[in-house]
Design a protein around this ligand. Structure first.
Ligand SMILES: C[S@@+](CC[C@H](N)C(=O)[O-])C[C@H]1O[C@@H](n2cnc3c(N)ncnc32)[C@H](O)[C@@H]1O
Length: 209
């Protein structure tokens, strides 16, 4: 698909100006960015409202949005990365898609229970991520944390956070991506999250539940 080709070119070009991603080689971009992002494609349906937390150069959200039509919000705390994502969105003509410069803890203030699905890759450990992600979900919505081989360990550590925030494990999908083990953790929101979460001032990261 030429949209993927254009995205790849923009990644390689922009990466020469500032550090967007450490993966810059064309075949690595295909596998580690595009194919990896698309491992959760089957969970996304037309018309869903999806939030990608800490998207960086646009992963996993933008490859998913190239393949499927849904409403996508990407957030990141680094403004240059957000600028890049908005250039890609415009260049590829992706409708109902926007990148916003904000932190998850701040964006949650006015966007609680607004999303059907939250996705996130390589942003924080699961106990921290759950506090970022679950407040955004409608009850019944799904959070997908895209992880590596240590997913089960992180899940054990996050047992308390899951209970407090109103989440329930559905499944862990294990995928072999050209010899690398990837694990996607699927969590369902079963109860509303108390308004005091996410806590402010970096507490979800400094002092996970
Ligand atoms: C290692 S990068 C991963 C980027 C992308 N998800 C990927 O897999 O290629 C982590 C990103 O999360 C962003 N980030 C970390 N904490 C965040 C927060 N609390 N709210 C929003 N973005 C955050 C960082 O700015 C960074 O761009």
């Amino acid at each position: 698909m030429d949209k993927f080709k254009k995205y790849e070119e923009m990644l390689i070009e922009t990466n020469k100006k500032f550090n967007l991603t450490t993966i810059v080689d064309s075949s690595q971009i295909k596998v580690k960015h595009f194919d990896d992002s698309l491992t959760i494609e089957k969970y996304i349906n037309k018309g869903m409202k999806v939030l990608d937390i800490g998207s960086g150069a646009g992963f996993p959200g933008i490859p998913l949005r190239i393949k499927k039509e849904f409403d996508l919000t990407l957030i990141d705390s680094v403004n240059k990365k957000v600028g890049f994502m908005n250039e890609v969105i415009e260049e590829l003509g992706l409708k109902n898609t926007r990148a916003i410069h904000t932190r998850a803890e701040d964006y949650a203030k006015n966007n609680r229970e607004k999303f059907d699905m939250v996705v996130s890759r390589a942003v924080a450990k699961l106990s921290t991520l759950l506090e970022y992600a679950l407040p955004f979900l409608k009850v019944g919505g799904i959070f997908i944390a895209m992880k590596g081989p240590k997913a089960e360990e992180e899940l054990n550590e996050a047992e308390n956070a899951l209970k407090i925030l109103g989440g329930e494990l559905i499944n862990i999908d294990t995928i072999d991506l050209n010899g690398n083990t990837r694990k996607n953790i699927l969590i369902k929101k079963v109860r509303s999250t108390k308004i005091k979460y996410p806590r402010a001032k970096n507490l979800p990261k400094k002092n996970p539940l």
